[in-house]
Design a protein around this ligand. Structure first.
Ligand code: SAH
Length: 255
């Protein structure tokens, strides 16, 4: 696509993953582009996590659910020659801002192709990796990541994915497990998983992994829905080869 490698381009739109939250997990590249940009944009909760890197950049913060607006605004600045950073939590390519940026670019390609800006994604540590590290080594075998949010995907499709992952004996990471309004999904997921896995299957529930307020609960499939779970939580469900011992969850790889 033309948007890559514009040696003559002036403006830049860089979608940056800031990792799970603490600076220990921020990459050097992410820090470098955040510090050197002209315009820094993002969801206000994420901008707060990098507040000490903000000096004289123009800062534009947005609320939840304004992704497309954010992308278009970022493109406007980039097309005026600015270096614009759009921050995303974890990795921007995993349920993050890289998706909407490239989709808007695709939808508006004809309109945008004469504009002089390049687009780049800077990877970040995804929350599921930070959560796995808190638990031990649960992702040592094949695994899947499923979001329980049915805002953009019909619930039937999510149920089908959970069913197939359970049948395939994948370790399963769940994102967006429960919000104030969406409380039933985790119970429905538990019910499906119990058709294929034992009640004692190890489950790790990690809230605020790699950031302030981190909490780790090790439980099992039977008790999963009784735990404190919210939108800052990643849940990791073991497979047939997963063990739980000494507050750890480890999926046997074999050696
Ligand atoms: N781009 C992010 C994911 C965004 S989707 C990434 O690469 O990880 C948002 C979901 O990610 C949340 O609902 C939650 O399930 C999970 N999540 C994000 N940050 C988290 C954290 N610090 N600890 C645990 N889970 C987190």
């Amino acid at each position: 696509m033309e948007k890559r490698n514009h040696s003559h381009s002036r403006g830049k739109l860089i979608v940056v993953g800031i990792g799970p939250g603490s600076h220990d997990h921020l990459t050097h590249r992410a820090e470098e582009v955040i510090k050197s940009c002209d315009v820094l944009m993002g969801y206000r909760t994420y901008l707060r996590l990098i507040i000490d890197l903000i000096k004289d950049q123009v800062v534009i913060s947005y609320g939840m659910g304004e992704e497309v607006k954010r992308c278009k605004k970022a493109m406007e600045y980039a097309s005026k020659g600015k270096k614009v950073v759009l921050v995303s939590s974890g990795d921007p390519g995993i349920y993050g801002m890289a998706g909407p940026v490239y989709e808007v670019l695709n939808d508006k390609f004809n309109e945008l192709k004469n504009l002089e800006f390049s687009v780049e994604a800077v990877p970040g540590v995804p929350a599921f990796c930070a959560a796995a590290a808190c638990l031990g080594a649960p992702l040592m075998s094949d695994f899947v990541l499923i979001s329980l949010s049915d805002l953009l995907i019909p619930w039937e499709k999510i149920e089908k994915r959970i069913t197939i992952a359970a049948q395939g004996d994948f370790v399963i990471c769940l994102y967006n497990p429960k919000s104030k309004k969406r409380v039933a999904q985790i119970k429905k997921a538990q019910k499906i998983l119990l058709e294929f896995r034992k009640e004692e299957t190890p489950v790790g529930i990690v809230k605020n992994a790699g950031r302030h307020g981190e909490s780790i609960v090790i439980t099992n499939l039977k008790d999963i829905a009784n735990q404190e779970i919210d939108m800052s939580t990643t849940i990791i469900i073991g497979n047939f080869s997963t063990l739980s011992f000494k507050n750890l969850i480890v999926t046997r790889r074999g050696y």
